[in-house]
Design a protein. Structure first.
Length: 477
């Protein structure tokens, strides 16, 4: 091992939490190193960006867009007078495009590191006592780093079911489902969450027969019930077969097929598919991250234990992102990374979990921020609701994207916005009206009095805010 190197900050993990924290710390004048173990798919070189960039957010959105283009061509263009007979898609080209986008952004993060003088180490980092990080380098040249502050940003990994082990060919996780060489005839999905719905949508649009088995009795229980119902209705129209309350007990590979056994609460059933995606959630990737003498503790769920300021209780050791409490979202990790870097520099740093937006990039998209109606009802908070359908929005009709709605929830007495929930085209962008309004403690009336351009999809937000006080113009109140 080479001589110990000294840094003000060492970040373990180069994902959207880690690399952002490293850059912000460097901007604030600190000497920074970032350790990451991810290898590039083609060349095996340092591939910064973590799960999000390499096998998560970015590649999945690339494939969602490719499959959406193909679906529109084969199912919706005729409505516009555009004919395209015998349209085909080359899956290898689609996957190759995805890989090029990933590599482009890998290089982008590396360039940002170079511009900000962040030193990158390619290997697996483990925290030891005294804020020492030992790096088991991929090239064999192990290094030891000493830091005033260490930021743990190890991310998360897919949960594997004991009876459905990943083999990368027949039974896959979020990584394998991005790299099919052709469209499977039958795709089974365990879990109707974000990954299951998004990747199920990709392969359904490309011609696969998709069956999604969800153990919970309610669809998208984390979302507002009205939005979940609207989305479920559209997915059913699209041919996604979503079976709720179904618990899978067995997955066997026989003659190149996956044979599933599941129970729907009434009886056992069998399902035979060509490929199986297991998308039942993720767990903190803390295995091997901490030495026994480092002093940092893990929770019962295997997450790094931190306080409200992401501090571990060990002097100079912090943790952010998927490996700590809170939603496993890339943008939450980035905000925590910036906050921690600023706190290390003696500046105020804060992340408000109440205004972290959630998005599912299906068609229609699903997005929300703040509390659901059920959460408020259970908490005994008085509230009022305004809704507005995209079917009554001129721009949505012109785009042939009329599915879904916007729902604004405000406090019954103060009118302060408590939540915004959306299902429809481009709502991943529209939800930020709610985020900004809530950050500034805005009311439904504030949103209702803001002039929105016509014709735009954002008018649905405006009308929903008006509807909170039964003042919507383009629907009966």
């Amino acid at each position: 091992m080479s001589e110990q190197q000294q840094f003000d900050v060492v970040v373990i993990g180069g994902g959207p939490g880690g690399y952002v924290a490293a850059i912000r710390a460097a901007q604030l004048g600190m000497k920074v190193a970032c350790v990451d173990a991810t290898k590039g798919k083609a060349d095996g070189k340092l591939a910064l960006g973590g799960t999000c960039l390499n096998v998560g957010c970015i590649p999945s959105k690339a494939m969602l867009d490719s499959s959406r283009q193909f679906h529109n061509l084969t199912h919706m263009f005729a409505d516009h007078g555009i004919s395209a007979d015998n349209a085909k898609i080359d899956v290898k080209t689609m996957v190759g495009r995805k890989d090029k986008i990933v590599k482009q952004f890998n290089g982008g993060v590396a360039s940002l590191f170079k511009a900000n003088k962040v030193t990158a180490f390619h290997g697996f980092g483990t925290l030891h006592a005294g804020n020492v990080v030992k790096v088991k380098a991929h090239d064999g040249n192990d290094v030891e780093l000493k830091a005033t502050n260490v930021i743990l940003a190890a991310g998360s990994t897919s949960i594997e079911l004991p009876f459905a082990k990943f083999d990368g060919k027949h039974i896959v996780d979020n990584v394998g489902v991005l790299d099919f060489e052709d469209t499977p005839k039958r795709l089974g999905v365990i879990g109707a969450g974000v990954i299951g719905l998004e990747m199920g949508s990709v392969w359904k649009r490309l011609g696969a027969e998709v069956t999604i088995l969800e153990a919970l009795p309610d669809f998208l229980a984390a979302a507002d019930a009205d939005i979940a119902k609207a989305a479920q209705r559209e997915f059913k129209k699209q041919g996604l077969d979503i079976k709720l309350g179904c618990k899978v007990s067995k997955a066997e590979i026989k003659k190149g097929e996956v044979h599933l056994t599941y129970n729907d609460g009434k009886a056992d059933h069998e399902l035979v598919v060509d490929k199986l995606l297991v998308a039942v959630g993720r767990r903190a990737a803390t295995a091997g991250l901490l030495s026994d003498d480092c002093g940092v503790k893990l929770t019962e769920r295997g997450m790094v234990q931190v306080d409200d300021h992401c501090h571990t209780g060990v002097d100079g050791v912090w943790a952010i992102g998927d490996c700590v409490r809170g939603p496993m979202l890339a943008h939450k990790a980035s905000e925590e990374g910036i906050a921690v870097a600023e706190m290390i520099a003696g500046l105020p740093g804060h992340v408000d979990f109440n205004t972290v937006p959630w998005v599912i990039y299906t068609e229609p998209e699903i997005a929300w921020v703040g509390k659901t109606e059920k959460e408020l009802k259970d908490a005994g908070v008085p509230y009022k609701v305004g809704t507005f359908p995209f079917a009554a929005i001129g721009r949505a009709v012109a785009m042939n994207e009329t599915a879904g709605m916007v729902k604004v929830i405000a406090h019954a007495e103060t009118d302060r916005i408590l939540g915004m929930h959306l299902c429809g085209a481009n709502v991943s962008e529209l939800v930020h009206e709610g985020v900004v309004a809530m950050e500034f403690k805005g009311s439904a009336e504030d949103l209702a009095r803001i002039c929105h351009a016509h014709p735009t999809l954002s008018e649905a937000v405006h009308e929903a805010a008006l509807a909170v006080d039964k003042r919507a113009i383009h629907k009966a109140n």
